[in-house]
Design a binder for this molecule. Structure first.
Ligand SMILES: NC(=O)c1ccc[n+]([C@@H]2O[C@H](COP(=O)([O-])OP(=O)(O)OC[C@H]3O[C@@H](n4cnc5c(N)ncnc54)[C@H](O)[C@@H]3O)[C@@H](O)[C@H]2O)c1
Length: 262
C-alpha cells in the first residue's frame, strides 16, 4: 500500500464548502479518507459531502459551542477522527491607513481564533483518552502572505503569521504531552478562488495596481514557477501532510507557492 494512502482515515475539513477547502476534501476522499465538511454554508457543504460520500456539519470556527458540536458529529458520523484541516479563513484587503476596527477583528476572529479553537478541539479529540483517541495529523492553512510583504494585506498577513507560530507551538505541546498528533501548516500561493480573485480585484480597487490582471501579473512575476497556484496544488500538499508519507514531518510550514515566498 502506498504511504500516501488514506484508507480508513477520518478527516474534518473546515471551510470545505468551496475553494481550497472543497479541493482538499475531494483530494482526501480520493486518497481513501472519509471526510466531514464543516462550514457556515450548510447547503454547499452538504452538496460536496454527498458527492464524495462524506458528511457535513454546520461549523462557525469562531464559536466554541459550534466546534464542540462539529467534533461530536464528526466522531459519531465517521466513527473517529484522524485528520483535521483548519482551512476556513477570510481576507479583507486594505491599506494600513484605511483599516477599520471591524475588519481587523473579523480577520483575527476567523483566522486566529478560528484556528486556535480548531487546534484545541482537534488535540482534545485525538489525544489519548479523547473522543477519538488515536492520534493523527492537523494541517493549518496559513498563506504565502505569512512569508512575504505584499501591499494591501497587512492584517491578513499578520493573522497568517500567527497561524504559522501557533502551528509550531501546537506541535511542541502535542509532542511534549504525548498526544501523538503531528501539527503542520501550508503556505498557499495565490489561487483564483473566490477569495483569491477577490483579492486581485480589491488590490486594483484601492489603487495598488492598474487592474486585477496587473495584480495577478505582479504575483506571477514574483513566482519562479511562473503561474498562479491551482486548487489541486494545495489539496495534494494536504494529502501528503495527512498521510504516513509525512510521518516524520512535524511542526513544519510547507510553502506551496511556486517559490514566491523563498
Ligand atoms: N485563495 C488564495 O489565494 C489563498 C492563498 C493563501 C491562503 N489561502 C487560505 O486558504 C483558505 C481557503 O481559502 P479560499 O481561497 O478557499 O477561500 P474562499 O473564500 O473561497 O472559501 C472560504 C470558505 O471558508 C468558509 N468560512 C468562512 N468563515 C467561516 C467560519 N467562521 N466558519 C466556518 N467556515 C467559514 C466559507 O464559507 C468558505 O466556504 C483560507 O484560510 C485562506 O486564507 C487562500
Amino acid at each position: 500500500m502506498s504511504a500516501f494512502d488514506l484508507t480508513g482515515r477520518r478527516a474534518l475539513v473546515t471551510g470545505g464548502a468551496q475553494g481550497l477547502g472543497e479541493g482538499m476534501a475531494r483530494a482526501l476522499a480520493a486518497a481513501g479518507a472519509t471526510v466531514m465538511i464543516g462550514d457556515l454554508q450548510a447547503d454547499r457543504a452538504a452538496a460536496v459531502a454527498a458527492e464524495i460520500g462524506g458528511g457535513s456539519a454546520h461549523l462557525d470556527v469562531t464559536s466554541e459551542d459550534s466546534w464542540t458540536a462539529a467534533i461530536d458529529a464528526t466522531v459519531a458520523h465517521l466513527g473517529g477522527l484522524d485528520v483535521v484541516v483548519n482551512n476556513a479563513g477570510v481576507e479583507i484587503t486594505g491599506l494600513l491607513t484605511e483599516i477599520s476596527v471591524d475588519d481587523v477583528r473579523r480577520q483575527l476572529d476567523v483566522n486566529v481564533l478560528g484556528t486556535a479553537l480548531g487546534l484545541k478541539h482537534a488535540l482534545r479529540a485525538m489525544r489519548p483518552g479523547g473522543a477519538a483517541g488515536g492520534g493523527g495529523s492537523v494541517i493549518n492553512v496559513a498563506s504565502v502572505a505569512a512569508t512575504i510583504a505584499f501591499p494591501g494585506i497587512a492584517i491578513y498577513s499578520a493573522t497568517k503569521s500567527a497561524i504559522d507560530r501557533m502551528t509550531r507551538v501546537a506541535a511542541m505541546e502535542s509532542g511534549k504531552l504525548g498526544y501523538d498528533v503531528r501539527v503542520n501548516c501550508i503556505y498557499p500561493g495565490l489561487v483564483p478562488t473566490e477569495m483569491g480573485a477577490g483579492l486581485a480585484s480589491d488590490m486594483a480597487e484601492i489603487g495598488l495596481f492598474g487592474s486585477p490582471e496587473e495584480a495577478v501579473e505582479a504575483v506571477v512575476g514574483l513566482t519562479p514557477s511562473g503561474r498562479l497556484g491551482e486548487v489541486r496544488d494545495m489539496a495534494d500538499a494536504v494529502v501528503f501532510l495527512a498521510s504516513d508519507a509525512s510521518r516524520f514531518v512535524n511542526g513544519a510550514g510547507l510553502p506551496v507557492d511556486g517559490g514566491m515566498g523563498m
